[in-house]
Design a protein around this ligand. Structure first.
Ligand code: ZN
Length: 456
């Protein structure tokens, strides 16, 4: 009889892949919601339900059930601007302004060393760091983007791959036309990859010619792809544009018909009030990289004004050579604190807004908001769990406050992309840290050979 009763009960349970039960679920949508003692039900890589744990355990027969009793479960962080492979240049040239840093250090090093293996090893290093920081999706801009795509696919992460364009020849392409041709081939190759999307990625208006930008605009329109570019990073960039074209960079992009909902403008530290209004009306997106801007002394992005004008602003780390880490938790905190300081208003960017910038706003900028950025039924199960029982996050009145203002990335415990666990209790499931460390050491020796003290 008991067996029969159990059979009947089992038959009533819906079979699914996994149930993740967490102390707090912070879905980002609805705005400000915090569900306590709830569970996320996942099947086929998608979120199919979010409900109280008792109901979840009564309704679903999951292959795996995770209990995270001290954790907050949030949407995976979206790093909306980075140059992953540049992690191999972390700390090689610090404390310099942007143009000196780029012109005298980074570009010469890249000319000498960037290759398929550099990008493969640098991307793996960056992916390991990003997953351990709770990032599930990144928007990249670098040479050999097909290698970046390949490494992302190998480990099951999600990325938006930039089809880079720059007027300088590199080991990847010798001319602007070759950059475009190779980019188009990659766009075509990746079009059926479920975790990869592509964006056109002209480096900046000061490094890509008008002719190339015009050609790219036609292609971006035809293929319906966003355009991801550095814009208004420094005052010097504006002066150069005024000298060269007699107008500010945003005006130039307007004339080239590159402003609009497809534009992802990174940095925007020099944008003025009139331009903020015009940018908001265009429906363009901004990626704010506060720590990179601070380190290179580029200026302050007027975040509070941009948000008040209704501009969608996501967060990015930029590359590890100008940051020097790929830590969105830290970018959230810096963005919120900096906005308060710059606007002299303590309520300028509350913690819930900072969390939305690091998740949903980034997804929206990349055109991925239907798939990721919040924990909602029908979206992909890209999720991050953060342990909040550390002494550093006690007492706990509000989990969002703890995540934005107090938690460190060492508290990120688990990460899933499309329901697949890529970080489990801080262990990477698809990457070998010892191997990544060894390859980083190999490049360190190549780029900066150890000095032979005994022989000197
Ligand atoms: Zn950048």
């Amino acid at each position: 009889m008991l067996k029969l009763a159990k059979l009947i009960v089992d038959r009533m349970l819906m079979p699914i892949d996994s149930l993740i039960c967490a102390r707090w679920i912070i879905p980002v949508v609805p705005d400000g919601a915090i569900f306590e003692h709830h569970a996320v039900a996942v099947s086929g890589g998608k979120i199919i339900d979010i409900l109280p744990q008792t109901e979840a355990l009564a309704n679903y027969q999951a292959v795996t059930v995770e209990h995270l009793p001290q954790h907050a479960l949030i949407p995976g962080f979206v790093n909306a601007h980075t140059h992953a492979a540049m992690s191999l240049l972390r700390g090689i040239a610090d404390d310099l302004p942007l143009m000196e840093w780029l012109g005298n250090h980074i570009w010469p090093l890249e000319r000498q060393w960037v290759s398929e293996s550099f990008v493969r090893d640098g991307t793996d290093l960056a992916i390991a760091e990003m997953l351990r920081s709770g990032i599930t999706c990144f928007n990249d801009m670098y040479f050999f983007p097909e290698i970046t795509a390949q490494q992302v696919s190998k480990c099951g992460m999600r990325a938006s791959i930039g089809l880079i364009l720059i007027d300088f020849p590199s080991a990847w392409a010798g001319s602007a036309d070759e950059y475009l041709t190779k980019g188009l081939a990659l766009c075509d190759e990746l079009r059926h990859e479920p975790l990869l999307s592509t964006v056109f990625a002209p480096h900046a208006p000061y490094t890509v010619s008008i002719d190339t930008l015009k050609k790219m605009r036609i292609l971006a329109e035809e293929l319906d792809r966003p355009v991801h570019t550095h814009l208004y990073e420094t005052q010097g960039e504006i002066e150069q544009c005024l000298q060269r074209y007699g107008m500010r960079p945003l005006k130039l992009l307007q004339q080239l018909e590159l402003t609009g909902p497809s534009l992802i403008a990174v940095h925007m530290t020099q944008v003025n009030d009139g331009e903020i209004q015009a940018f908001a009306e265009s429906g363009g997106h901004i990626v704010h990289c506060p720590e990179s801007n601070l380190k290179l002394a580029s200026g302050f992005c007027p975040l509070a004004k941009l948000l008040a004008a209704g501009v969608n602003v996501g967060l990015g780390t930029d590359g590890a050579a100008s940051n020097n880490d790929l830590n969105i938790l830290s970018e959230m905190r810096t963005a919120a604190l900096l906005a308060k300081g710059v606007s002299q208003r303590a309520d300028a960017v509350p913690a819930t807004v900072a969390l939305r910038m690091a998740t949903l706003n980034g997804a929206r900028a990349l055109g991925l908001e239907a798939e990721i950025g919040s924990l909602e039924v029908g979206k992909s199960a890209d999720m991050t769990a953060i342990r909040l029982d550390a002494i550093e996050t006690q007492p706990l009145y509000n989990p969002v406050s703890q995540i934005v203002y107090a938690a460190d990335r060492e508290q990120v415990s688990d990460v899933w992309v499309a329901g697949r666990p890529l970080l489990k209790a801080r262990q990477l499931t698809a990457l070998d840290l010892a191997d990544i460390r060894q390859r980083a050491a190999h490049w360190q020796n190549k780029l900066a050979p150890p000095k032979n003290l005994a022989g000197s």
